[in-house]
Design a protein around this ligand. Sequence first.
Ligand SMILES: [Zn+2]
Length: 359
Amino acid sequence: FCGGGMQLGLFLSGNSHVFCALSNKAEYDYFQYHPMEEVREPAGWLRWRRNTPITGRLIGLKTDAKKKAIWMDCGIHAREWIAPAFCQYFVRQILQTYKTDTKMEAMMTNMDFYITPVLNVDGYIFSWTNSSTRLWRKNRSPGPSGDCYGTDLNRNFDANWGTVGVSSDCNSNIYPGRGPISEPEAQAVTYFVGSRKEDFLCFLTIHSYGQLLLIPFGHPDFTASNYDELMKVGEGAAEAIWKVHGKKYRVGTSPAVLYANSGSSRDWARMQDIPLTFTFELRDNGTYGFELPQEEIQPTCEEAYSGALHIITYAHDKTFNGATATAAAAVWTTLCSKLHTFLVPSVFSSFMTDFVLKA
Ligand SMILES: [Zn+2]
């Protein structure tokens, strides 16, 4: 019913209209950087656009069982262009993988994936303006005096806000804002994730650069109650990353391997009792820094995918461990796919829909 082609998808809008992919659209190049208007239409799939500044993609397999969830956001810092590239790659990979990989199928049955490719939309657009704005980091909200712009969104969350690793000068790149969650982007995540925090097993926030996997907390006086588990899972992810292209990622808290900070989304998420919260700092180690060459997009995405999957798989197996929800859902999926084999191959039971973080 969606016509032939290799990139079939089923999209549900908020009012339940079904949108189908066009099979003759040009292939999206995942290994180039894309400006905001192209990110909004991944793979040229969506023929419509919501008039909203922040949207994410909700992906999963349909089941009547209660599901858990995974959070991933990219592009909270405008200049870290490899991050949005990774989120888009991640979406494509899981949508391709589950069709042939029973482990991914089980994970998408038990868990929904909430993926926000560009969290700091205004900043990202600004960083594309010209070479003088390329290294913009913050959002674009006016400061208190009106002659400076931008709050560091990763200092704006309600997690020891304003205590360490910040500057009260609003021209600074680490200006934390007028108060905790003063910024609409931080509010959007806080309210969206906060309203269903018991569902989320993982909170992964993707940055560059430095090749690090950071665990809570950014404030040196506090230690996560599951510090040992976070370190163990992080070391496993770093090993998974290393196996792909031999890149070394270091694991630890911000103060231990980078610098102390406060008000990060990762710390906030852990304080909401989301157990597995990590900051990814992707390639490189400073040779190109934020301006990572396009040739490195593919290998960076491939290795980071492997690392993210290690964490997500751990979270899944710890929670479900072959539980009945998996079995029941698998039966449903099997029945469904058998029933529709001749109508719509494989993708029928998957869904991808936009969710709105900030209207
Ligand atoms: Zn960053």
